[in-house]
Write a protein that binds this ligand. Structure first.
Ligand SMILES: Cc1cc2nc3c(=O)[nH]c(=O)nc-3n(C[C@H](O)[C@H](O)[C@H](O)COP(=O)(O)OP(=O)(O)OC[C@H]3O[C@@H](n4cnc5c(N)ncnc54)[C@H](O)[C@@H]3O)c2cc1C
Length: 563
């Protein structure tokens, strides 16, 4: 029997599962085909040691402002958030600590953070609060950036008409200027703040959540990454994979059929129109060919979508060349997880600051000055190798069990997961794709030296186990993590808004009729924000003539294709 659905989706990541929920809720039949034994893509947890859960990929949920949470009513499907006690901290190599805000309800953390700020920083903080201090305004700002499809390619918006510029203006934001749209994040931080620690933690919040602070045009997304984190402030109860479970339940509730262990080998294209997919021989789905009446969505990386899944004859050579040229740099993270017998005791004043329940969920190690960050950038992106000197390492040291007891850690143990270090994508490494894997325990050695410099108590006898996930490992776990890059492709001015991933693909449509992109390689990019799926809904409502119920609200900044 021919197996036919309205919509067939290649891949079962969070963007796929949420669009399946949306389309099912609109009454369409949907089939998801996932290559792995489990859905969720990067929203995955593993337990390499009994009782100790680690995060090889996504770790925190920044998507609190996502309309999908309300529109798909994920709480009905078991989704619960746990919020941080304290947001983040920084520590210099001589133990100078700083807390950076925190859960709005945690006054003690807030007071400690503010106490160490200079008059200029306090003032900037106060002015930023025009938006940051009010969750409704902050959600409105974040939605104007992340949860709004870019305008159609034929429309070019003046800087003052950009959606976020309008929101900043609406609330008379005293600091925002249109020049932010071309600035590197670091330049913006230099204009706003005085304290180098404060700049470093924000800069790393940007880099390890997307845009490199030194790259042109990253100021808005770079700065707003910090706001995403501040807004959501937590993780799903039980870890990131719990989000997957809620999304799977939701998609199935609305009738989606999900096949796991079902790798798609080809997207069937006839006369430049997508008709369905062909599965690998090993697939567990009933039929090798599955047909789509209305649309095929690709929830895998833009490169394999066009370079592997679609017969070459269906696409122009020039287009394929430009897809090949899409830059993968940035976002390839070396992920160390540690099981320890003790919490780190930081030296100097950081120890006192981070005590009494005010332990940061994430500590940036090496906030002395921006030099280390720039050294790390030079080593990784110019010399195309991995850092091997502790002076070139700025680490993000994350810690879940201080705020969420559901991150099961056996009594007497602590799990630090993940501890991030930036390394080159495997295919750009000067010594070949396996270079980082071959050097991984040497890299860990230097990372441990750096960690012990600020937390001397973490001696070998306190370390129970170490686990590593390299970018190469990530690309084996998830075929969509091309280059092991967590945000899919580079995050910079040339890869932002109407240019992402290529101008003609920025509205999620493709040169193949009825084929759409639904993966983090489309705007706004990485993180489990369910932003690509929400944005794509606007386009599918137009093309498939969908009529969602009252539950649907579009972005107020959406510009229809026929405008
Ligand atoms: C180290 C690291 C840290 C991260 N930290 C965070 C974080 O803290 N917070 C956060 O929000 N995000 C984080 N992310 C990013 C997050 O994981 C991704 O942004 C998110 O998973 C993207 O979702 P997606 O649905 O677009 O794609 P994916 O999650 O990549 O899902 C794509 C799916 O498609 C499947 N697939 C691919 N090809 C095929 C095929 N041919 N046939 C069938 N199935 C196929 C894959 O197996 C996969 O399940 C991190 C990622 C990494 C690597």
């Amino acid at each position: 029997m021919k197996e036919v659905y309205d919509v067939v989706i290649v891949g079962g990541g969070t963007n796929s599962l949420s669009i399946a929920g949306y389309l099912g809720k609109c009454g369409l039949t949907v089939c998801i085909l996932e290559e792995r034994g489990e859905c969720g893509g990067g929203a995955e947890n593993t337990e390499p040691m009994p009782g100790c859960k680690i995060d090889p990929h996504a770790t925190y949920l920044y998507g609190g402002a996502a309309p999908a949470f309300e529109q798909l009513e994920l709480h009905k499907f078991g989704f619960r958030m746990v919020h941080f006690n304290v947001l983040s901290g920084g520590v210099t190599s001589d133990g100078n600590g700083q807390l950076f805000g925190g859960n709005v309800k945690n006054e003690a953390a807030m007071n400690l953070a503010l106490k160490k700020m200079s008059a200029k920083d306090l003032k900037a903080n106060e002015l930023m609060a025009t938006i940051n201090g009010d969750p409704a305004r902050l959600a409105e700002l974040l939605r104007s950036i992340y949860w709004t499809p870019p305008p159609p390619p034929h429309i070019s918006l003046a800087m003052e008409d950009l959606p976020w510029a309008k929101v900043f203006r609406k609330y008379n934001h005293p600091l925002y200027e249109d020049s932010w749209n071309h600035m590197p994040t670091m330049e913006l931080l230099d204009t706003l703040f005085e304290s180098e620690q404060m700049k470093m933690v924000s800069a790393m919040g940007s880099w390890y959540n997307g845009p490199h602070p030194n790259w042109k045009g990253t100021a808005v997304p770079g700065y707003c990454c910090n706001m995403l984190l501040g807004y959501s402030c937590g993780q799903p109860r039980g870890g990131m994979h719990s989000l997957t479970h809620a999304l799977v339940r939701c998609a199935m509730h609305y009738g989606a059929r999900i096949y796991t262990n079902s790798k798609v080998e080809e997207i069937i294209v006839e006369d430049r129109e997508a008709k369905g997919v062909i599965l690998a021989d090993t697939a567990t789905a009933r039929n090798r060919k599955i047909y789509a009446d209305k649309a095929v969505l690709s929830n895998t990386h833009v490169k394999p979508t066009f370079l592997e899944l679609i017969p070459e004859r269906e696409l122009d050579a020039g287009f394929l060349e430009r897809v090949r040229g899409i830059n993968l740099k940035g976002g390839s993270l070396f992920v160390l997880s540690l099981v320890t017998r003790e919490m780190p005791r930081f030296k100097g004043e950081a120890e006192e600051m981070f005590s009494n329940g005010l332990y940061p969920n994430c500590t940036v190690i090496n906030t002395d000055s921006r030099e280390a960050m720039f050294n790390m950038e030079r080593v990784v992106y110019s010399e195309n190798t991995h850092p091997m000197r502790k002076e070139d390492m700025v680490l993000m040291f994350l810690n879940h069990d201080v705020f969420d007891a559901s991150c099961h850690t056996p009594e007497g143990y602590h799990v630090f997961t993940p501890i991030y270090l930036e390394v080159p994508p495997p295919e750009y490494h000067r010594d070949g794709p396996l270079a980082v894997n071959n050097a991984k325990w040497d890299i860990v050695e230097v990372m441990m030296e750096k960690i012990r410099e600020v937390a001397p108590n973490l001696t070998d006898d306190k370390i129970v186990a170490k686990f590593v996930n390299t970018p190469y490992d990530s690309s084996l776990r998830n075929m969509a993590f091309v280059g092991g890059n967590w945000m899919g492709i580079s995050q910079e001015e040339e890869q932002w808004y109407q240019k992402k991933p290529l101008p003609e693909l920025s509205r999620y449509r493709t040169p193949i009729k009825n084929l759409y992109l639904c993966h983090q390689t489309s705007y706004p990019g990485g993180l489990a924000l369910q932003a690509v799926s929400y944005n794509l809904m606007h386009i599918l409502i137009e093309d498939l003539k969908l009529r969602p119920g009252e539950w649907w609200y579009p972005s107020p900044h959406f510009i229809p294709s026929n405008a």
